[in-house]
Design a binder for this molecule. Structure first.
Ligand SMILES: CC(C)(COP(=O)(O)OP(=O)(O)OC[C@H]1O[C@@H](n2cnc3c(N)ncnc32)[C@H](O)[C@@H]1OP(=O)(O)O)[C@@H](O)C(=O)NCCC(=O)NCCS
Length: 122
């Protein structure tokens, strides 16, 4: 249904990829993936998390804003195949209790339960 990837460099995490099957968009799967990814990043020692997003991808940017990401700059022609700039976004102080509370508040808006298979940690 969807996937997401994270790259850790010391205390910084980078969301490398996130996508949801088109027919399942707007069913909070992206939010659920982000929730798990953000918690995993913090658990692995991240104090800040960054990502790039296409400048025209306002829907994804909206989702990231809800997770505390703010714009920090533009990478020109980052997506060379479509000749499009990337907006660089950062979420800071993700190791603080306020960020954990933000994630908890997002989780409360999700339907059902988020089940994590601990047997398959990467
Ligand atoms: C971005 C993406 C992963 C979001 O996944 P999703 O499961 O549809 O997202 P959610 O249902 O959790 O949406 C969470 C919020 O993000 C925002 N959002 C997501 N998609 C949106 C869209 N197409 N238009 C406007 N807002 C959107 C909304 O605020 C939404 O909350 P709402 O539905 O309560 O209004 C999905 O659209 C996708 O796979 N897109 C193609 C790949 C991509 O762009 N990846 C990001 C690259 S940086």
């Amino acid at each position: 249904m969807g996937y997401a990837g994270l790259l850790m460099t010391l205390d910084e995490a980078h969301v490398t990829t996130i996508a949801v099957e088109p027919k399942r968009h707007r069913a909070k799967i992206g939010t659920r993936l982000m929730l798990v990814l953000m918690r995993e990043a913090v658990e692995r020692g991240a104090t800040a998390i960054t990502l790039e997003v296409r400048i025209t991808n306002l829907g994804a940017q909206d989702m990231y804003r809800r997770f505390g990401f703010v714009p920090a700059g533009v990478r020109k022609n980052y997506y060379q195949e479509v000749n499009e700039d990337a907006l660089v976004m950062w979420a800071h102080e993700v190791d603080q209790p306020e960020y954990a509370a933000l994630l908890d508040s997002i989780e409360r808006t999700l339907p059902g339960e988020t089940v994590i298979d601990d047997g398959k940690r990467w």
